[in-house]
Design a protein around this ligand. Structure first.
Ligand code: MEV
Length: 418
C-alpha cells in the first residue's frame, strides 16, 4: 500500500473515498458509506471548504441554558464530544443568575501581524526610520482592504521591537482594527504589502510576515458573582478560592484548570465556525505572560462573603469571513445567540469559559469531579458496550449506582438484558 497519490485534490470526493476503500486493508464499503452523509454542510461545501476532503465528522451540538451576559438572556450553542461540558456551563450560569449573570467587556477588535526584518546593521536607526514613515506604511496597508477602511476599521499603528542578542532583528507589529472579522487574512495581506517598503527604508531583508495569535490587544473579560447561600455557605466559597490558588501557583494544575476553561471556550468557538487553535494558542500564551504559566481566572470573596470570579484572555473571533460566513449551522448558531458584532461573541465566549471553570472548581472542591462526570460518562460507556436506545439509560443508571462505570460491567448488563 502506498499513500503517494498525485493530484489527489483533483479527484472528486467519491473517487477519494473509492481510493481509500481500495488501498486501506480491512475497510468496508459500509464504513466508507458513512462518509457520504454530508449533513448540514452538503456535498458541495464539504468538498470546497478544505482540500482532499472525503466527508464531515459529526460532533454533538448542545445548547447551554440559564446564561445572562450583559443583561441579555441567551441560548449558547456548544459543539463538543465531552459529555459533561454543556451541563457544567448551564449549571454555573444558573448559579450566577441571582447576581445578574455575567458582565463582560472587550478591548475592541484589534489584531496585529508581525514582520521579521533581518540584516539591518543599525537596528535602532532602522527602527526610527520605520516610525518616521509610519503614516506612509499605514496608508500602503490600508489600500489592501478598502472595505475594512470604508467600515471604519483598518491599520491603526506600528510598533517596532528590537532583538539585539543572538540573532539581531527588528520585529514590526502592524496593528489593525479588523472589526467583525477574526482578521487573519486581512492582517497577513497587509503585512505582505508593506514588506518591500520596510526593506527599502532599512536596507534589511524581510523574512516572516504573519499574524500573532497572542492577540493581547483583543482581550475579552468577564465577571460573575455567586451568592454564598447558593454554594451552601462560605466554606464552599473558601474551598473554591483555595482550589483556584493551586492553579495560579502551579503550572501542572494550571494546565488542567485552563483545559477546563477551554472545554467551554473551544466548544462555542467551534460551534460558530471560528478558529479553535488560534483562540487556544492565544489563551495559553496569555496565561504565561507573567513569566510562568498560570490560571486564566481569579476567584475571590466579596465583602459580603460571596464568590467573585473573573476571566481575561485574548479572544480572536469573528462573525464575518471564514467558515463562520459559509457554514450553514455556524451561521445559525451565531443567530441563536442574537450576536450582531464580533465583540458580543467574544464577551459570551469568555463568560462561558468562566462558567465552565466555576462548575469544575465547585465539583473538585466539594464532591470530586467523578460523581457528576460519571453520570454522563456512564451513558457513553453503555453505548460502547452495545446498549440500544431502549436500555441505555437503565444501564447507565445501574453503572453509576454500582459505582462501576466500566465497559466490561456494562457488557455484562447488556448481555443480561438480552
Ligand atoms: C475535564 O475535562 C476538565 C477538568 O479537569 C477541569 C479542572 O480540573 O479544572 C475537570
Amino acid at each position: 500500500m502506498t499513500s503517494e497519490i498525485s493530484k489527489f485534490y483533483q479527484r472528486s470526493m467519491k473517487e477519494r473515498q473509492e481510493i481509500l476503500l481500495e488501498r486501506v486493508k480491512g475497510l468496508s464499503s459500509e464504513e466508507i458509506h458513512l462518509y457520504q452523509n454530508y449533513g448540514g454542510l452538503g456535498e458541495a461545501l464539504t468538498d470546497q471548504l478544505i482540500e482532499n476532503s472525503i466527508g464531515t465528522l459529526e460532533i454533538p451540538l448542545g445548547i447551554a441554558v440559564n446564561f445572562t451576559v450583559n443583561k441579555r438572556d441567551l441560548f449558547i450553542p456548544m459543539a463538543t464530544e465531552e459529555s459533561s461540558v454543556v451541563a457544567a456551563a448551564s449549571h454555573a450560569a444558573k448559579l450566577a443568575r441571582p447576581s445578574g449573570g455575567f458582565k463582560a467587556t472587550t478591548t475592541g477588535s484589534i489584531m496585529f501581524s508581525q514582520i521579521q526584518l533581518v540584516g539591518a546593521a543599525d537596528l535602532h536607526g532602522a527602527k526610527m526610520k520605520i516610525l518616521e514613515n509610519k503614516e506612509e506604511i499605514l496608508e500602503l496597508a490600508r489600500k489592501q482592504d478598502p472595505t475594512l477602511d470604508h467600515l471604519g476599521g483598518g491599520p491603526l499603528d506600528i510598533e517596532v521591537r528590537i532583538f539585539e542578542h543572538q540573532h539581531p532583528m527588528l520585529i514590526v507589529h502592524l496593528i489593525v482594527d479588523t472589526l467583525d472579522a477574526m482578521g487573519a487574512n486581512a492582517v497577513n495581506t497587509m503585512a505582505e504589502s508593506i514588506a518591500p517598503f520596510l526593506e527599502s527604508l532599512t536596507g534589511g531583508e524581510v523574512l516572516l510576515k504573519i499574524i500573532s495569535n497572542l492577540a493581547d490587544k483583543r482581550l475579552a473579560r468577564s465577571r460573575c458573582t455567586v451568592k454564598k447561600e447558593d454554594l451552601n455557605g462560605e466554606q464552599v466559597v473558601d474551598a473554591i478560592i483555595t482550589a483556584s490558588k493551586f492553579a495560579s501557583q502551579d503550572p501542572y494544575r494550571a494546565a488542567t484548570h485552563n483545559k477546563g476553561i477551554m472545554n467551554g471556550i473551544s466548544a462555542v468557538v467551534l460551534a460558530t465556525g471560528n478558529d479553535t487553535r488560534a483562540v487556544e494558542a492565544g489563551a495559553h500564551a496569555y496565561a504565561s505572560r507573567l513569566g510562568h504559566y498560570s490560571s486564566l481566572t481569579t476567584w475571590e470573596k466579596s465583602n459580603d462573603g460571596d464568590l467573585v470570579g473573573t476571566i481575561e484572555l485574548p479572544m480572536a473571533v469573528g462573525i464575518i469571513g471564514g467558515a463562520t460566513s459559509i457554514h450553514p449551522k455556524a451561521k445559525t448558531n451565531v443567530k441563536i445567540m442574537g450576536v450582531t458584532k464580533a465583540h458580543q461573541l467574544a464577551e459570551i465566549i469568555a463568560s462561558v469559559g468562566l462558567a465552565q471553570n466555576l462548575t469544575a472548581l465547585k465539583a473538585l472542591a466539594t464532591d470530586g469531579i467523578q460523581r457528576g462526570h460519571m453520570k454522563l460518562h456512564a451513558k457513553n460507556v453503555a453505548i460502547m458496550a452495545g446498549a440500544g436506545e431502549e436500555v441505555v439509560d437503565f444501564i447507565a443508571d445501574q453503572l453509576v449506582k454500582e459505582g462501576q462505570v466500566r465497559v466490561d460491567r456494562a457488557k455484562e448488563l447488556v448481555d443480561q438484558w438480552k
